[in-house]
Design a protein around this ligand. Structure first.
Ligand code: NAD
Ligand code: ZN
Ligand code: ZN
Length: 336
């Protein structure tokens, strides 16, 4: 089968013929229809993070397709079902995190497109218990970005405490951000979008953002402080500077939600103001299978719109550059 493979960090991916996976016990093989490009795949291929993937590997954790074969003991899905392969490829199912609705914190987890080979391929293998079930009526090309960008920002909005009276800021209107702002609107909040590119801000307005701020032209902290400060700021921009602005634009008692994972791993945040203003600093990592099911239901009810461009998998290296430069509109989804 054809796959895009990372052989070395910061090297172009190679399109190659690799053996088609065979499902083991509890596993399935999925014929991929649509495979989203998350900025995480770029971090993975660059070896940006403290824990690095083992080379070579196939990235991709927004894989949507049809179950082609099932291994021994699989009862949850059957051949012909449409499923979504998310970042959380496997969790143990019995630790304190798994049994308390925090499977995303399982210390035995295996991440798709990082530890496990991912969905930049014609076929991908997955643990049957950890795939999402794509409901009828959700298009596979919409389902792909929802499988990471959607579930991650849906969870982040939940963690932000957004409600109808809230003022919520989203820093970074890319793949994640264009969905984050829609979930904050679904929660009833007033939403401010911040990015460095006017095209991203125009899109944010089209998708329902109430206010848009170009951080290259205006100081977002000053502008948001004029409105009394934000109840929560969700940072999905790949830049420590944006995290610091997200922190500083909060009202007392506010929450900053850390979601993006820039290679430059540190921010500078004051202790004194955090204590006196009782600021919440909240990390948020993807979402559970239940969160993903909710994301698909919300989309099926017509409450969210996924913005994507379809591309061929052999254009993967150009696509990485487009995402890094901000030229991509929101998400790129490969047709495999
Ligand atoms: P993306 O490249 O599609 O979007 C990033 C956006 O941020 C772009 O629109 C860019 O113009 C904007 N931006 C860059 N610098 C900015 C700044 N200083 N101020 C405001 N906006 C700025 O990326 P993505 O796929 O949406 O992913 C975003 C980040 O989230 C990545 O680091 C990715 O690894 C991470 N991520 C985290 C999780 C999680 O569970 N925590 C899940 C998925 C992705
Ligand atoms: Zn992702
Ligand atoms: Zn566990």
């Amino acid at each position: 089968m054809k796959a895009a493979v990372v052989h070395g960090f910061r090297e172009p991916l190679r399109i190659e013929d690799v053996p088609k996976p065979v499902p083991g016990e509890g596993e399935i093989v999925v014929k991929i229809e649509a495979s989203g490009l998350c900025h995480t795949d770029i971090h993975a291929a660059h070896g940006d993070w403290p824990i690095k993937p083992k080379l070579p590997f196939i990235p991709g954790h927004e894989g949507v397709g049809i179950v082609e074969s099932v291994g021994r003991g699989v009862t949850r899905v059957k051949e012909g079902d449409r499923v979504a392969i998310p970042w959380l490829g496997y969790a143990c199912g019995h630790c304190r995190y798994c049994v308390s609705g925090w499977e995303t914190l399982c210390q035995s987890q295996k991440q798709t497109g990082y530890v496990l080979d991912g969905a930049y391929a014609e076929y991908a293998k997955a643990y049957a218990d950890y795939v999402g079930i794509v409901p009828k009526g959700v298009d596979p090309f919409d389902a792909a970005p929802l499988t990471c960008a959607g579930v991650t920002t849906y969870k982040a909005v939940k963690m932000s405490g957004a409600r109808p009276s809230s003022l919520i800021v989203v820093f970074g209107i890319g793949g994640l951000g264009h969905l984050a702002l829609q979930y904050a609107k679904v929660a009833g909040a007033t939403v401010i979008a911040v990015d460095l590119l006017d095209e991203k801000l125009d899109l944010a307005k089209e998708l329902g953002a109430d206010i848009a701020i170009n951080a290259k032209k205006q100081d977002p902290v000053e502008e948001i402080k004029k409105l009394g400060g934000a109840d929560a700021a969700i940072c999905v921009a790949v830049s420590p500077k944006a995290f610091e602005q997200a922190y500083r634009c909060l009202r007392p008692g506010g929450t900053v939600v850390f979601v993006a994972l820039p290679a430059d791993n540190y921010v500078k945040i004051p202790i004194f103001e955090t204590v006196l203003n009782a600021i919440h600093i909240q990390g948020s990592i993807v979402g559970t299978r239940l969160d993903l099911a909710e994301v698909f239901d919300i989309h099926a009810s017509g409450l969210t719109k996924v913005i994507y461009e379809r591309r061929r998998l052999d254009e993967v290296n150009e696509c990485f550059h487009e995402v890094e430069s901000g030229a991509a509109k929101a998400r790129i989804v490969f047709e495999v």
